[in-house]
Design a protein around this ligand. Structure first.
Ligand SMILES: Cc1cc2nc3c(=O)[nH]c(=O)nc-3n(C[C@H](O)[C@H](O)[C@H](O)COP(=O)(O)OP(=O)(O)OC[C@H]3O[C@@H](n4cnc5c(N)ncnc54)[C@H](O)[C@@H]3O)c2cc1C
Length: 541
C-alpha cells in the first residue's frame, strides 16, 4: 500500500514527475538560478507517513459506525487518516513535504447509500463527533482539515453514479461523489454535456463543485455551478433536506441555495439535479486573437460580452506575463511568426492573447463567432487562427501537474482568484503586479477566464524560489499581502475556489458583521452542535 507523504501530495499519478524543460529554462533565467540549484528533489516527501496521535474514537463508537457502513468502509490507519486530512492548497502540500499532518481526522468512512449517511450523521450528532464531507480533495482553501478530529466522510468510493438523465427536462440527477469524467462520459453517451469543466475536472466531484461554489472553464456560456443546480438532497444534523425539481419558484427562499457554497458546514449533499445541454462539439467555433496591450484586450472583451449578440462559452485573456510564458513554453517565442508579430507592434511584455470558443447550435456558433471577430477587429485585435485555442484546450488539465515538479525544484507556486467589476479590473490587475514586484525573483501571471456583463474574474498564478528553512512563514506572509492587495483594490474574496480556512479570516471584513451573523444563524439551525466541518471554515465561529 502507498504510504509516503508524496503519495498524498501529488496531483494524479500520470505526469507528476515530468518537469517541462522549457518551463525550467524560464525559471532558471528569470530567477537567476544555477543548474545545480535545480537538480535536487527539494523536500521530496518520500518518507513513510507517521501520525503523532492515534485515533481518539472510542472502540464502541468505531464498532457502531462499522455496524452502519461495514468494516471495509471504515479506516483508522495512519495513512488513510493522513490522506484525508487535506486538499491541494500550497500550504498543505508544503506541510506534507515537511512531514507535517497538523489536523488529521480520527477515521475515514465511505458510506454506501444516502440512508447510511443519515444514520452516520444521527449517531455523530448524538456523540458530538465532527464530520468533514470529502469529495475529490481538490480544495485549495484548507477546507478539509479536521482541527477537532472526527470523521472524514468520503463520498467518492460508493456514491458516485448518475441516477437519472431526464431528456424531457434536460436535467441529470447524480450522487454527489461522482467525478467530472464519470459524469461527462455518461452524459456524452446520451448526447448531452454538463458544461462544467474546472481545471480540477479529472478529480473533483459534483458535491465538491456545489459545496465550494465552483466555476468551469466554459462558465461564460454555461454559468457557474450555482446556475446549474436545480434541486438537491442533503443530510444535516437537523434532518434531511430534499428540494423538488422546478424550473423556478416563488416560495420564499430557495433552501437548496443555502447549500451552494456551504463547504460542508451545514450538512452532506448526497444527490443533486443539474441542468444539461446538447453535446455538439462538432458545431463549436474557435478563435484566437492577439492585442497590443492587456488594456485593449480587456476593453474589447467588455464590448463583446455587453453586446447582447450572444456569448462565448470559453472566454479568456492572458495578461502580458502569462502570454509571454505561453509563447515561451510552446516554443513560439522568436519563431518566424513571432518575429512578424513583433514587427507589427505586438511586443513581448505588452501583448495579450484572447481565446474564444462558442458552443451550441451550428447557426448560433457561426453567428456569434462572426460578431466576435468583427468586435475584435474594431478593438485592434489581430485574429491569429483557431489553432492556439484548440491547442490550449487539448492541454487544459495539464498545468495542474506542473506544481509537484516545480516544488521539487524548491519553487513556491500557488494561485489566487477574485471577481471584480469592469470599473475596478485594471486597478486590481496593476496593484497586484506592483505588490508582487516588490519581492525579488517573483513571477506573477494573470488571466481572465469567467466573464459577465458587469465584470470578470482575475486569476493569479505566482512563482518564486522558496526561502529555504523558512518556507511556511515566507509563503504565509507573501500570500496574505496578495490577498489584502486584491481586496483593498475592489476584488472579492473568491470567485470560484471558495473560502475554506485559508480565506476565513477575511470573511467578516468582506461580508460585514450582519451578514456573518446571518451565516452563523443558518449554521446554528442546521447544525446546532457544530459537528459539520467545524472550526474555522467560512469564518463561522
Ligand atoms: C489544480 C487545481 C485546479 C482547480 N481548478 C478549479 C477550477 O477551474 N474551478 C473551480 O471552481 N475550482 C477549481 N479548483 C478548486 C477545487 O477543485 C474546487 O473547489 C472543487 O469544486 C472541489 O471539489 P472536490 O470534489 O475536490 O471537493 P473537496 O476538495 O473534497 O471538498 C471541497 C469542500 O466541499 C465540501 N464538500 C465536498 N463534497 C461535499 C458534499 N457532498 N457535501 C457537502 N460538502 C461537500 C468539503 O467539505 C470541502 O469543504 C482547482 C483545484 C486544483 C487543485
Amino acid at each position: 500500500m502507498d504510504s509516503t507523504y508524496r503519495d498524498i501530495l501529488k496531483w494524479g499519478d500520470k505526469r507528476e514527475e515530468e518537469a517541462d524543460p522549457l518551463m525550467i529554462k524560464i525559471i532558471r533565467d528569470k530567477f537567476d538560478l544555477e543548474d545545480s540549484d535545480l537538480e535536487m528533489k527539494y523536500l521530496s516527501g518520500n518518507e513513510p507517513v507517521k501520525l503523532e496521535k492515534s485515533s481518539s474514537l472510542k472502540p464502541r463508537q468505531l464498532e457502531f459506525l462499522a455496524g452502519i457502513a461495514g468494516n471495509d468502509n471504515i479506516q483508522c490507519d495512519d495513512f488513510s487518516r493522513a490522506k484525508f486530512s487535506c486538499g491541494k492548497f500550497y500550504g498543505e502540500l508544503l506541510d506534507l513535504r515537511l512531514n507535517m499532518i497538523p489536523c488529521p481526522p480520527d477515521a475515514v468512512i465511505t458510506p454506501k447509500s444516502h440512508d447510511e449517511v443519515v444514520r452516520i450523521v444521527e449517531y455523530c450528532n448524538n456523540e458530538k463527533i465532527p464530520i468533514i464531507p470529502v469529495g475529490g480533495q481538490s480544495s485549495v482553501t484548507g477546507a478539509l482539515k479536521a482541527p477537532l478530529g472526527g470523521i472524514a466522510l468520503d463520498l467518492t468510493k460508493h456514491l458516485n453514479k448518475v441516477l437519472k438523465i431526464n431528456t424531457e427536462n434536460k436535467t441529470v440527477t447524480v450522487q454527489a461523489g461522482i467525478s467530472g469524467p464519470a459524469l461527462e462520459d455518461e452524459l456524452n453517451r446520451h448526447g448531452f454535456t454538463c458544461g462544467h469543466f474546472p481545471q480540477s475536472f479529472e478529480f473533483s466531484t459534483a458535491g465538491g463543485w456545489i459545496a465550494a461554489k465552483g466555476a468551469g472553464q466554459n462558465s461564460t456560456g454555461y454559468g457557474k455551478i450555482e446556475d446549474m443546480v436545480i434541486a438537491l438532497k442533503a443530510v444535516t444534523p437537523a434532518g434531511v433536506i430534499e428540494t423538488k425539481e422546478y424550473p423556478r419558484t416563488a416560495q420564499g427562499w430557495d433552501i437548496f441555495r443555502l447549500f451552494i457554497g456551504s463547504e460542508g458546514t451545514l450538512g452532506i449533499i448526497t444527490e443533486a439535479t443539474l441542468s444539461i445541454h446538447y453535446y455538439n462539439p462538432w458545431n463549436t467555433t474557435y478563435a484566437s486573437f492577439i492585442f497590443k496591450s492587456f488594456k485593449q484586450a480587456v476593453a474589447t472583451m467588455q464590448k463583446m460580452i455587453q453586446s447582447e449578440y450572444g456569448k462565448p462559452h470559453l472566454f479568456r485573456i492572458s495578461d502580458p506575463e502569462e502570454t509571454d510564458i505561453a509563447f515561451k513554453t510552446k516554443g513560439f517565442d522568436n519563431s518566424l511568426s513571432d518575429k512578424v508579430l513583433k514587427k507589427l507592434g505586438f511586443i513581448t511584455g505588452k501583448r495579450s492573447l484572447m481565446f474564444v470558443a462558442v458552443e451550441g447550435d451550428k447557426d448560433y456558433t457561426k453567428f456569434v463567432l462572426n460578431k466576435i471577430k468583427s468586435t475584435a477587429k474594431k478593438g485592434k485585435g489581430m485574429y491569429i487562427g483557431k489553432n492556439p485555442v484548440i491547442k490550449w484546450l487539448e492541454q487544459r488539465y495539464s498545468s495542474a501537474y506542473m506544481r509537484d515538479p516545480l516544488m521539487d525544484l524548491g519553487i513556491m507556486t500557488d494561485t489566487l482568484e477574485t471577481a471584480v467589476t469592469w470599473e475596478n479590473l485594471l486597478k486590481v490587475w496593476s496593484a497586484t503586479h506592483a505588490y508582487v514586484n516588490q519581492r525579488p525573483k517573483t513571477l506573477l501571471m494573470i488571466h481572465i477566464s469567467h466573464v459577465y456583463e458587469s465584470g470578470a474574474n482575475l486569476y493569479f498564478t505566482f512563482l518564486s524560489p522558496m526561502e529555504k528553512g523558512n518556507e511556511r512563514n515566507d509563503f504565509a506572509v507573501f500570500h496574505k499581502g496578495l490577498i489584502e492587495t486584491i481586496q483593498d483594490n475592489g476584488g472579492s474574496l473568491s470567485h470560484h475556489h471558495g473560502v475554506g480556512r485559508v480565506l476565513a479570516p477575511w470573511m467578516e471584513r468582506h461580508l460585514g458583521k450582519t451578514s456573518m451573523e446571518a451565516l452563523t444563524a443558518v449554521k446554528k439551525h442546521f447544525d446546532p452542535d457544530n459537528i459539520m466541518n467545524p472550526s474555522g471554515t467560512l469564518g463561522i465561529p
